[in-house]
Design a protein around this ligand. Structure first.
Ligand code: ACM
Length: 528
């Protein structure tokens, strides 16, 4: 009897607990919307997404665990905590654990047994209690974090504490990029952008897994980097810009700090010194670079094609050697961009030997050359990369000469082209580039004879004749740059305008939370 009573009592107690659990589950259901990994708006589109039931909840006590003894991975763990702390108000702990251990709630780990993931791919596995980002390199883990960011509500991007909850839908994402070069070019010559702005752009690029920042450091209107052996380049050549504003330049220390900042986000800086044309700022700084030995006036207009270094003077090659040498010493990346575009006043018989000699100088400083598509008129050293912007026949010739190509067709990728005839900023010499025009193309089918094996990647130039500040820059770059990032990262066969348009529309809140003033294209249904 007694026994029976006790059993009965127990059943009542258990029943109450079960009842409470059911009630709290129901309450939770009401509080927390269904989570489905495949329904999150991720740009660039990952290679595969396999959703599962449930969600991981980011909490105050969530611990990020990284393999011990790997400084770069530890820095990536700290970066992750720094990314999530402002909006959550947490102070996420990062701890080092044995590489084989499962420790921590968010595990960042390197493995050498995933050849499919390559140098930049990752696998992200999320379950209710645990999350793992696994990659062959810290860069891969870093890109996994960028995806993780987009699996959280947009409010995670804000820099003040937000209410949450911070739920990450369960499932697995396997992902790796199609192209190794996924770049942006910023023209800091037409208008100067101080280091804080460049860092901001780097952070924006980071969110879309872009990995190269090409800085256009010199042009007719300004010289923007300190060269210690030729100081008048900045004393004179940096003092103005388009429209006559005060210009500016990066000291070598500031440039190095940018290189390091970019590297901490797995972005390589590519310096460009444009030559032999687009050189008025240098020609104004040093009379001896001109064939007539007379310094030019500083120029603040927007014409192109009127200036040239004197390609017949030996001291011009000494100048190039010094400039390339000083900048290369500050640049750990493999590339040096020599420009070479629109040299309309350099006779072709002088242009060709000049470009060949410039390539030799760059090679002596242990860098690989990149140049605009016109350089394919010259002989190309092995390893030289040609950046296609204007003429398909130049790009084809480059490929015939064994070069690889970066795709920057102006009518698709130039972020200074107006969206439409009402666009308050930008130019339209290559046409209007709406968001679908920017997205809807495949680098491998653009130019006959240039296929996947010839293409290093995609780059989006931001020329700044009409762009003077970060808000305007963001308006011209976004959302088109997000589409270019997807072209560079995701398989063409999996990309589709309607699907992208839908994801982009749902990205509006994230752009806003990131403080990005973007163009509200009427071709996208923005969900704000
Ligand atoms: C260029 O737009 N002149 C490369």
């Amino acid at each position: 009897m007694k026994m029976h009573k006790r059993e009965k009592k127990n059943t009542g107690w258990k029943g109450m607990i079960v009842g409470m659990m059911v009630l709290s589950l129901i309450a939770c259901r009401h509080k927390v919307p269904e989570q489905n990994m495949a329904e999150r708006s991720i740009i660039p589109l990952p290679s595969s997404i396999t959703p599962e039931e449930g969600a991981f909840r980011l909490k105050k006590r969530t611990v990020i665990a990284v393999d011990e003894g790997n400084e770069q991975l530890k820095a990536v763990g700290d970066y992750l905590a720094g990314l999530f702390n402002p909006a959550t108000g947490y102070e996420l702990r990062v701890k080092e654990v044995k590489p084989s251990s499962e420790g921590g709630d968010i595990r960042l780990t390197l493995s050498n047994d995933a050849p499919d993931l390559g140098k930049e791919g990752y696998e992200l596995k999320v379950s209710r209690r645990h999350m793992v980002i696994r990659a062959n390199t810290p860069a891969g883990v870093f890109y996994g974090i960028q995806t993780l960011r987009q699996l959280l509500p947009a409010a995670i991007e804000k820099d003040s504490v937000q209410p949450g909850p911070w739920l990450i839908p369960a499932g697995t994402i396997c992902d790796c990029p199609v192209y190794e070069h996924r770049g942006v070019m910023l023209d800091v010559a037409r208008h100067f952008f101080p280091p804080e702005d460049v860092k901001r752009l780097i952070d924006e690029m980071t969110a879309f897994k872009l990995n190269r920042l090409h800085l256009h450091l010199s042009d007719d209107q300004g010289w923007r980097i300190e060269i210690k052996s030729w100081p008048r380049l900045t004393e004179i050549g940096a003092q103005t810009q388009v429209g006559g504003g005060k210009g500016g330049y990066y000291t070598q220390e500031e440039y190095k700090a940018l290189v390091d900042y970019a590297a901490s986000r797995f972005i390589t800086l590519i310096p460009e010194i444009d030559m032999p044309g687009h050189t008025n700022a240098a020609l104004a700084s040093y009379a001896e670079l001109n064939c007539d030995g007379k310094a030019r006036e500083l120029y603040t207009g927007t014409n192109v094609g009127f200036s040239t270094l004197c390609t017949r003077k030996e001291e011009v090659y000494k100048f190039i050697d010094d400039v390339v040498g000083e900048i290369s010493a500050l640049t750990p990346g493999a590339w040096f961009h020599i420009g070479g575009d629109e040299s309309h006043v350099t006779p072709m018989e002088e242009y060709i030997p000049f470009i060949e000699r410039a390539q030799e100088i760059v090679a002596r400083h242990d860098k690989q050359v990149i140049g605009w598509d016109e350089i394919s008129h010259a002989g190309l050293r092995p390893g030289t990369i040609v950046q296609y912007w204007a003429r398909a026949e130049n790009a084809k010739r480059a490929v015939e000469k064994g070069a690889r190509v970066i795709m920057s067709p102006a009518d698709r990728t130039y972020l200074d082209m107006q969206y439409d005839s009402l666009c308050p900023l930008g130019l339209h010499w290559a046409g209007y580039v709406e968001v679908d025009q920017a997205y809807n193309w495949d680098p491998t089918t653009l130019v006959e004879g240039i296929g996947r094996e010839h293409i290093a990647g995609v780059e989006s130039p931001i020329w700044t004749e009409t762009i003077t500040n970060m808000d305007d820059l963001n308006f011209m770059a976004f959302p088109r740059l997000a589409g270019h990032a997807e072209i560079g990262w995701s398989e063409a066969a999996r990309r589709d305008w309607d699907d992208y348009r839908n994801r982009l529309g749902r990205f509006a809140r994230r752009f806003q939370a990131m403080g990005i003033r973007f163009y509200h294209s009427p071709r996208v249904d923005w969900q704000e």
